[in-house]
Design a binder for this molecule. Structure first.
Ligand code: NAP
Length: 305
């Protein structure tokens, strides 16, 4: 007979894992789904220095493993599945469609996160995996003693530029304004790093190379001047796009496609909650995703009561 879950959590990043800890401890029959690997973006972060409880920082891999252990201890396995469609039923339950069948649940928490936004310039797609990367932890070590370009000025770009200096001979950050978006402490660390230099008010307009990245074309947005820089790799950190394609207009989204919720993580559709980076909000941190997950878990429990 088809199983009916109390709650299905879509996504096993910090938001989804925390929601699982709360629904599991509340005794709810919980299924935690992940289409990639548990931990999400946290997993590809080399060192996390702003998550409370770890004064010397903790690697993303280790924090993921600790959170995962805590969920699995409650008897909630992380199942590798990708949801493709959500179908609300007349009895207020939901059928979740995936490639191998269907799952029925009374409630759900969407914690599907976000993924790297592309630059959208010529050469980017063709040279993806051949010098163009969106993950320094995954690919940084392939670029020993090479000159690398980092695109972006947010926390990801500046932190990852620092990480890349462990391998690269030099890291050039190309940012479209004259001021970084990254937090002050992250900025200061980067300004002190002799292996990092900045090209301000500029964007990458083309990535070139035959088999591998060989150079990038840069345009100064103020003067319109273009120049070419030789580089072995380009790391792109220009923000995130939400993983909300599978929602098919079921839930209200903001103009960038992030899920709109209230402070109880409710989406407006009874029984559907959201947590973490997939939500429309200003602050995207592991700590805030964990907060969202806790709230969503508690609210699902109240909803099901
Ligand atoms: P972000 O904060 O949205 O920053 C994106 C950066 O890319 C901005 O500097 C932006 O420029 C630039 N940009 C956007 N579109 C561009 C384009 N088409 N061409 C060139 N540049 C472009 O994204 P993020 O750094 O990936 O961070 C995402 C979220 O995760 C943020 O909330 C961030 O705080 C959080 N995060 C936190 C930490 C941490 O706390 N340690 C680490 C990583 C990420 P403008 O500045 O001009 O808009």
């Amino acid at each position: 007979m088809e199983q009916l879950y109390d709650v299905v959590i879509i996504g096993a990043g910090p938001g989804g894992l925390t929601a699982g800890i709360y629904t599991g401890r509340a005794g709810l029959k919980t299924l935690l789904l992940e289409k990639g690997f548990a931990g999400g973006q946290m997993m590809t972060t080399y060192l996390i220095e702003n998550y409370p409880g770890f004064p010397d920082g903790i690697s993303g891999m280790e924090l993921t493993s600790l959170m995962q252990k805590q969920v699995e201890k409650l008897g909630i396995p992380i199942t590798n599945l990708e949801i493709t469609k959500i179908a609300p039923q007349d009895d207020r339950s939901f059928i979740l469609h995936h490639s191998e069948g269907e799952i029925r649940t009374r409630a759900m928490i969407i914690a599907s996160g976000a993924q790297a936004r592309l630059l959208g310039v010529p050469g980017e797609d063709r040279l993806k995996g051949r010098g163009v990367s969106y993950c320094a932890t995954c690919d940084g070590a392939f670029f020993k003693n090479e000159h690398l370009i980092v695109a972006g000025g947010g926390n990801s770009a500046i932190e990852e530029a620092g990480y890349l200096t462990h391998f690269a001979s030099q890291v050039t950050v190309v940012h479209r304004r004259h001021q970084l978006r990254a937090e002050k402490m992250i900025q200061e660390k980067a300004f002190k790093n002799p292996k990092i230099n900045f090209i301000w008010d500029s964007v990458i307009t083309e990535i070139s190379g035959t088999q591998q990245v060989e150079s990038v074309q840069i345009k100064n947005v103020k003067s319109g001047e273009t120049s070419r820089i030789d580089a072995g790799g380009v790391f792109v950190f220009v923000g995130m796009n939400p993983n909300t394609n599978f929602l098919n207009n079921l839930i209200p989204l903001d103009e960038d496609g992030f899920i709109i919720t209230d402070e109880k993580m409710a989406t407006g559709i009874p029984g559907i909650y959201a947590a973490g980076d997939v939500r429309s909000k200003d602050v995207r941190q592991i700590a805030s995703a964990v907060g969202d997950g806790a709230i969503a878990g508690v609210m699902v429990e109240k909803y099901l009561e």
